[in-house]
Design a protein. Sequence first.
Length: 190
Amino acid sequence: MTKDDIITLPKPQLREKSQRVGFVDDEIKKIVEKMKSATISWDHSRKYEVGVALAAVQIDKLYKIVIIRNNFDDKNDTSFTTFINPKITKFEGTVEEDYEGCLSVKDIYGLVPRHTKVRVKATNIDGEEFRVTAEGFLARVFQHEIDHTNGIVFIDHIKNNPKAFFKLDDNGELEQLDFKKDVEQNSILW
Ligand SMILES: [Zn+2]
């Protein structure tokens, strides 16, 4: 799989709920490997960004599966951890806004409010249940990806905030979008 297998808005599947995985069989393991190769392919095509995570719906497989990169700062480290049926069991900390992008929302970034700490329950690739507590950027990534498994895209959280939309310019810097022209009337997004 390559980056071209990643679906983007306005594909309606991105607003559908994914189904729970009943058993981690070979089909599920194959989907996980495809998710990894698609994310790395996307990553290689981007100069200023890192493909940090992906949900299965983004390669058009409506299962509750999320992969998250083990190292957000090193593009050479292409290892991931797999979270099957991930669920946030507790939101903690405070709510803070920070920039967020998505492989399924082309070239748009948003200032999205998220909790600074979450507790997550999931099943690993061997079918065993485990729990993690995540803070900071990792907590944000979990909230973004688990949203995907429930048919929610990050822009859905900020559609009432005209100042929350940005794009990456040619130098990799974020610049604010014109909400009316570039966002509100963009039929691709809604
Ligand atoms: Zn996303």
